[in-house]
Design a protein around this ligand. Structure first.
Ligand code: KIV
Length: 271
């Protein structure tokens, strides 16, 4: 097994090699320069500029409102910070569903205006033509199956997907199709562990899970969730590595009380 965490630049080929070598892939979201720099320097393999920016950066209830211009703004900031990780950017809702020409135009804008390395988009057979057209233009595409948050109003709930045979079989067919048309990776969101493991072991391309168990080739989480910035969001799959909400709150309270007591700034903190 090779350890790819110190190599210069992560490419789609490196990810393929990591799967072959049995090395797990780490992926995390970032939406701005400062966080992306920390995450990249910490050695995360793939940075996703997710449309979850709509939730965690803009405070929307769903991912639907974020625009292509806003995604490009976030992605450009991330790209400026990243030296090693592969930067993947979500195509936001409404920028690829109408037809494949529009999908290609949206993907080209992301690549040209942000400098990102790949795009991600949600959906299986319905997105096939768009994905094919984007890949034909030389743009690497990451698929996204299972719980696809841009379709939340169709599902009606953020619960686990593909628990019944019919949906599980569709997901298996869609994942094979995504591999056949040339996607370099697939995100599987919130599906049973056994199904995700089956998909990962039957396909050559790396499968990245979120709430899809340990049998896949890598894991992704939303950085704000794993850093504990959102106390109200506690799905079973989320492991919190920090309580940033409390840490920031304590620091801000101390800052405020130091100002009010006159202890900030002190003699050394002025000119
Ligand atoms: O937008 C996002 O953050 C995502 C991840 C949850 C995979 O798509």
């Amino acid at each position: 097994m090779t350890n790819n965490s110190n190599t210069s630049r992560v490419t789609v080929k490196v990810l393929e090699q990591m799967k072959n070598d049995g090395e797990k892939i780490s992926m995390l979201t970032a939406y701005d320069f400062s966080f992306a720099k920390i995450i990249d320097e910490a050695g995360v393999d793939v940075i996703l500029v997710g449309d979850s920016a709509s939730n965690v950066m803009a405070g929307h209830e769903t991912t639907l409102p974020i625009t292509l211009d806003q995604m490009i703004y976030h992605a450009s900031a991330v790209v400026r910070a990243v030296k090693r990780a592969l930067v993947v950017v979500d195509l936001p809702f409404g920028t690829y569903q109408a037809d494949s020409k529009e999908a290609l135009k949206s993907a080209i804008r992301i690549m040209k205006e942000s400098g990102a390395h790949a795009v991600k988009l949600e959906g299986g057979h319905l997105a096939k033509e768009s994905i094919e057209r984007i890949i034909q233009a030389g743009i690497p595409v990451m698929g996204h199956l299972g719980l696809t948050p841009q379709s939340i109003y169709k599902f009606g709930t953020y619960t686990v997907r593909a628990k019944d045979d019919e949906e599980a079989n569709t997901l298996i067919d869609d994942s094979k199709m995504l591999e056949n048309i040339g996607c370099f990776s697939i995100v599987l969101e919130k599906i049973p562990n056994i199904l995700a493991k089956k998909v990962a072991s039957n396909l050559k391309l790396p499968i990245i899970g979120i709430g899809a168990g340990s049998g896949v080739d890598g894991q992704v989480l939303v950085s704000h969730d794993m850093l504990g910035m959102n106390k109200d969001f506690s799905p079973r799959f989320l492991r919190r590595y920090l309580d940033l909400d409390s840490l920031v709150s304590e620091a801000v309270k101390k800052y405020s009380s130091d100002i009010k007591s006159g202890s900030f700034p002190n003699k050394e903190e002025q000119y």
